[in-house]
Write a protein that binds this ligand. Structure first.
Ligand SMILES: Nc1ncnc2c1ncn2[C@@H]1O[C@H](COP(=O)(O)OP(=O)(O)OP(=O)(O)O)[C@@H](O)[C@H]1O
Ligand SMILES: O=C(O)[C@@H](O)C(=O)CO
Length: 430
């Protein structure tokens, strides 16, 4: 068992997108671990500033980049975390396992396992509080199998399979096995025994979890794994192991406060829940649609949108590219999926900079992981303090420094229909 020391973080995490990172950070904080989020591969200066924390979450935008780039970036993050002296490592991916048959989840797990000399690891994307459960090795989104849920139409990672065992074996080089809920249900003793038995012949141990209690039980059985992988749900049960290693759980009180300044809502997620949230928000707030065709011809531009925003900025306007599957398919056919996603993300990034510089915006609500990555990278925000939760997995976060910015980075399918209203109130207090 790896002992906690005062000077080094216990847990080193790599998250494959930015909303996923804030999601994980919020659950670690809720579990009592003092946590910092660093955006992008940390510079030596950032590394020097990581002090007095139990967990470090490095957010990278590696979910949809070429496989080899994702592997190299993740290994570079691991090297940083190892240099900090972390005792345990966590690879965080999406609770809907967003990936393609090639990756990037499997290849990144393989590379991390190899670097850490870990012969086996756990795979558990479940987050029951948000409707993601794993049963008999199959991933569900509420009452639908993943491949029958709206995730089948995702613009970048359409999910066509629900079997985690099959997906892991397709993406990775190792063998996978499912550890069913009947075993988890029997408690930590039975689960530990099953893990020890199955890890002899398998590399990826796919864990069922149907409830938060299952995640707590799983958390009690992970001490022999140097590397764990999953959604943010795995963090729910880690407090006990941290304590067993000599750590003190802390009720983390946040210094993150609302900022009385304009708010801008940017939505690049096309997820089913985001579509509802956009529809709800447009009933009472000014909305500008990003039109990919017009962006391509230049008929719509960052300048033209900023001119419009200037007249609406005191009413927390929304700029949205959120579209239904048939429109996305048409855009993909006309321009290519990668090109159009890149153009929209770039536009959101440029809008965020212009809104901050020209319109004094200091509160950003952003929907979508890739979109959030583009916005955070454009703003050059290199770390976050984690504030209170707006919805499960979506905390308010704040940049350090004299002119802080508040952000809510919302994973595509997280939050209820009124999420944008709640975020507006939390970030700016109005
Ligand atoms: N109208 C559109 N046509 C084609 N692509 C679009 C359109 N609107 C948005 N996109 C692209 O779809 C992608 C949506 O991914 P993003 O990660 O931002 O959202 P998400 O997958 O719903 O969120 P999360 O990953 O947090 O669940 C982005 O790359 C975005 O640029
Ligand atoms: O796990 C999730 O669903 C989210 O944190 C996420 O990664 C969405 O991009």
């Amino acid at each position: 068992m790896n002992k906690v020391t005062d000077s080094t973080p216990w847990l080193g995490c790599i998250a494959d997108d930015f909303t996923g990172a804030t999601d994980l950070a919020s659950f670690l904080v809720a579990s009592g671990l003092r946590t910092i989020q660093v955006n992008g591969l940390p510079t030596p200066q950032q590394i020097a500033n990581i002090k007095d924390v139990d967990a470090v979450v490095i957010a990278v935008k590696s979910r949809t980049i070429p496989v080899q780039d994702a592997v190299e970036l993740s290994l570079a993050c691991l090297e940083v975390l190892q240099s900090l002296g972390c005792a345990k490592y966590y690879f965080k991916y999406c609770s809907t396992f967003d990936s393609t048959p090639e990756g990037n989840i499997g290849p990144v797990i393989d590379a991390l396992m190899s670097k850490l000399n870990a012969a086996s690891t756990v795979v558990c994307p479940a987050l029951p509080v948000n409707g993601r459960t794993v049963y008999q090795g199959h991933l569900f989104v509420f009452d639908q199998l993943l491949h029958e849920s709206p995730m089948k139409d995702h613009p970048l990672t359409p999910m066509k399979d629900s079997s985690l065992v099959r997906m892991m074996e397709a993406q990775g080089t190792g063998k996978a096995v499912s550890i069913p809920s009947q075993v988890v249900e029997q408690g930590p003793g039975a689960l530990t025994e099953a893990l020890e038995t199955q890890r002899v012949n398998h590399h990826y141990l796919v864990l069922d979890a149907l409830s938060t209690d299952h995640l707590k039980c799983i958390g009690e059985c992970l001490s022999s794994f140097t590397l764990i992988t999953g959604g943010s749900g795995l963090a729910i049960g880690l407090g006990k192991e941290f304590e067993d290693c000599g750590g003190n759980l802390t009720e983390v009180t946040s210094s993150v406060q609302p900022i009385a300044a304009p708010t801008l809502v940017l939505s690049g997620s096309c997820s089913a829940m985001t579509q509802k949230q956009v529809a709800a928000y447009r009933t009472s707030h000014p909305v500008m649609e990003l039109d990919p065709a017009k962006l391509v011809t230049g008929e719509q531009s960052v300048d033209s949108i900023i001119t419009w925003l200037a007249s609406a900025i005191d009413r927390a306007p929304l700029v949205t590219a959120t579209a239904a599957p048939d429109i996305i398919a048409e855009n993909h056919q006309n321009y290519g999926a990668e090109f159009i996603a890149g153009l929209i993300e770039q536009t959101f990034g440029a809008l965020a900079i212009a809104a901050s510089d020209q319109l004094g915006v200091r509160n950003f609500v952003v929907a979508g992981g890739e979109t959030s990555g583009a916005v955070v990278n454009a703003l050059g925000v290199d770390s976050f303090y984690i504030g209170k939760s707006i919805a499960p997995g979506v905390p308010m976060v704040q940049t350090p420094g004299e002119q802080p910015i508040n952000l809510a980075l919302k994973s595509g399918n997280f939050g209820q229909q009124d999420f944008f209203f709640q975020a507006l109130e939390t970030l700016s207090c109005c």
